[in-house]
Design a protein around this ligand. Structure first.
Ligand code: UD1
Ligand code: UDP
Length: 373
């Protein structure tokens, strides 16, 4: 490998992958050992583009695959077939994928079929239940089982990989989401005036988009929110709605027009970080937000029954509340009424990294390919 650049293709396609991969793309692009080729599947379109703009990343290949209300079968086969063509043309030495999406599992499988080495960013997360989250738990297992390099955010993630009988190529790096978050919080100034928040009210930020919450669970969440704003005249709820029609078509009939509930379009990452910082409590089923909010000292109630991110639950900043309406209402009410309980949860802790994950991943890749700078 000496004197020859290592060709690295980063493949990503959804909003959270972009947030967590763009800082890494930037870092690797700055290293003369590497030739970096960014490939986006565009499993998401608008929500991906807004992150690419923020980090000023122009993809080398844009597969432009998103279709309205896409299904797993068609999206999976499109990613397999289209990434093969790009891998054939580019011939990367290493393909980096992120996390647990269809983009991650199918582009890793495609790289595996093409005999290309694979690096998994955010490796080792598990609930050990194949249906929760669906289909993400199996996506992660697929990617880890065919990866050569596994970049784990925490000790627990490292242990999970070892438990599956894999011992080589594992690196504890922290999560690149903290690199992204710190970059944005420190460098980007954002004005939230366009949301028209009432400064005299406590803001509760809500996001929910997971497949296993479609239908009844999401309805329960919405009815819980309705009850909470009716009972508490001193709160306002902001819900940036995911563009998935399964989310919008359920939420709007219940929450549209409800006093002190603001249903807004998905926010660009920088205003979203500013909104998280301003919030009193965050309710979410998002993976990334469970990692970011504890760093900002905002209590998080997770609208799921399990989490592959147990670290912040153990530290006390995150609590699992599921999707039962009365449990959601009771837990939020306790935090609103009991300052001691609230203070215990709102501690700035950072179990997911120190903002240096990209640097650690870069070092691990250099070590793996024995590259001389
Ligand atoms: C996907 C991931 C999920 C991740 C989430 C992050 C899979 C199986 N699911 O779920 O793990 O947590 O992204 O947000 O990989 N849409 C748009 N514009 C966009 C994005 C989405 O219109 O920019 C709409 C489209 O109609 C699209 C639909 O949302 O078909 C669903 O997108 P998809 O990526 O299949 O599922 P998500 O629910 O976003
Ligand atoms: N996010 C954003 N705008 C929003 C909602 C979320 O930028 O309106 C960010 C959030 O800060 C986090 C990521 O998107 O970094 C989470 O994405 P999502 O919830 O879609 O996916 P998940 O993390 O559950 O896979």
């Amino acid at each position: 490998m000496e004197n020859k650049k290592i060709k690295i293709s980063l493949v990503f396609g959804t909003r959270p992958e972009a947030i967590k991969m763009c800082p890494l793309a930037k870092r690797l692009q700055g290293n003369p050992c590497f030739e970096v080729i960014n490939i986006v599947t565009a499993q998401h379109r608008q929500m991906l583009d807004s992150v690419l703009d923020l980090f000023e990343i122009k993809p080398d290949y844009d597969l432009n695959l998103m279709k309205p209300n896409q299904d797993l079968w068609n999206l999976s086969s499109d990613i397999l077939l289209e990434t093969k063509k790009v891998f054939d043309a580019v011939k990367p030495d290493l393909v980096l994928v992120h996390g647990d999406t269809t983009t991650a599992s199918m582009s890793a499988l495609s790289a595996f079929y093409s005999g290309i080495k694979i690096g998994h960013v955010e490796a080792g997360l598990r609930t050990f239940d194949k249906n929760y989250p669906f289909p993400e738990e199996i996506n992660r297992v697929i990617v880890d089982s065919i990866s050569d390099l596994m970049f784990c955010p925490t000790d627990k993630a490292v242990d999970n990989i070892k438990k599956s009988g894999i011992y080589n190529g594992i690196y504890k790096t922290g999560n690149t989401v903290i690199d992204a978050l710190l970059h944005v919080v420190e460098n980007k100034k954002t004005n939230l005036d366009f949301i028209d928040l009432n400064p005299n009210l406590k803001t509760i930020l809500l996001t929910s988009h997971r497949r296993e919450n479609f239908g009844e669970p999401l309805k329960n969440i919405c009815y819980g929110i309705k009850e909470l704003v009716e009972k508490n005249k001193d709160i306002q709820v902001v819900y940036p709605l995911h563009l998935n029609p399964n989310v919008r078509n359920t939420v709007k009939p219940i929450l549209e027009g409800v006093e002190r509930v603001k249903l807004i379009e998905p926010l660009d990452y920088s205003p979203f970080c500013a909104l998280m910082k301003k919030s009193y409590i965050i309710l979410t089923d998002s993976g990334g937000i469970q990692e970011e909010a504890p760093s900002l000292a905002i209590p998080v109630l997770v609208l799921r029954d399990e989490t592959e991110r147990p670290e912040a639950v153990e530290y006390g900043g995150v609590k699992l509340v599921g999707t039962d309406k009365s449990r959601i209402v009771k837990t939020v009410q306790e935090l609103l009424d009991n300052k001691d309980k609230y203070n215990k949860m709102s501690k700035a802790i950072n179990p997911y990294g120190d903002g240096k994950a990209c640097e650690k991943i870069e070092k691990a890749i250099i070590q793996y390919f024995s590259c001389q700078k």
